[in-house]
Ligand binder design. Structure first.
Ligand code: FPP
Length: 254
């Protein structure tokens, strides 16, 4: 479990392992539009979040079927704590429900689950459930699902900077050894390749504090689809858009 309040993490992000350069190794998604989906139907916001949880299952199925290795979903941002307490409680309950009812199934399907964020804010009971889910699925290799919970990209970088400062203070590393690899190795996503593509649904064009360091060379895909309507066809569309992009990582075209 990678929590900003937890112990420092190690190991640098490996390079992309894609054998097919047109298939992203790591897809990350900002799941947006639950509230608008519910409002359009005259339903409470929680109904949108429930429908959003079903979209999570469809998205996971699609990612696995297509051979994507890492799927990161932004389920709760560090700023989402500012929402009405009832909505925060609804989202927390939904997460608990999802964990209780889906983890066994995900485990059977070979999905490894990891959580990234300031997880301690959810309280010891939920943290214990998150730890159990991670431990149960730790040996799985089909697909790694990273759920970003109480996650913020700036907080992630601050946490890594602090871990580096402490390592220098302890004498574990030299100041001159601080480089991009050393910082990446202390992010909550340590060991996970940077996302190849970041998707945001609902027509908004922002990163909203998601994977700020890790997104340096990610392709950005914005869909008008509201998250609860996201399905296998939407996932295929993302892959098609990605496959048509030319990635140069700052190099000049050949
Ligand atoms: C943004 O839509 C969505 C969220 C803040 C929560 C995302 C949660 C889920 C998809 C469901 C729970 C997930 C799991 C893994 C069980 P919004 O509410 O900001 O929508 P709006 O912009 O239309 O109001």
């Amino acid at each position: 479990m990678s929590s900003t309040t937890g112990a420092a993490v190690s190991s640098a992000s490996p390079a992309s392992t894609a054998s097919n350069a047109h298939l992203p190794v790591h897809v990350a998604i900002i799941m947006d539009g639950n509230g608008r989906w519910a409002a359009a139907r005259g339903l409470p916001r929680v109904a949108g979040h429930r429908a959003g949880a079903e979209a999570v299952s469809r998205c996971l199925r699609a990612a696995k079927a297509k051979g994507v290795e890492y799927l990161t979903l932004y389920a709760f941002s560090s700023e989402n704590w500012r929402r009405e307490p009832t909505e925060v409680a609804d989202l927390t309950s939904l997460l608990k429900y999802y964990l209780r009812h889906k983890v066994a199934e995900l485990h059977k399907e070979g999905v490894r689950i990891r959580f990234v964020g300031d997880l301690g804010r959810f309280g010891p009971d939920l943290v214990a459930e998150l730890e159990r889910a991670e431990a149960l699925t730790a040996g799985n290799a089909q697909l790694t699902l990273l759920l970003a919970l109480s996650y913020g990209g700036r907080g992630d970088i601050v946490h890594a900077a602090r871990a580096l400062a402490e390592a220098v203070q302890r004498g574990d590393i030299a100041l001159s050894a601080i480089d991009e690899t050393a910082l990446s190795a202390r992010l909550l996503t340590a060991g996970v390749p940077d996302p190849d593509v970041i998707v945001r649904t609902s027509g908004e064009h922002r990163l909203s504090n998601f994977l700020l360091w890790q997104s340096a060379y990610a392709e950005l895909v914005f869909l008008d689809t509201l998250w609860p309507d996201f399905d296998e066809a939407s996932f295929t569309r993302v892959l098609d858009i990605y496959a048509r992009r030319e990635r140069r990582f700052g190099a000049r075209p050949a």
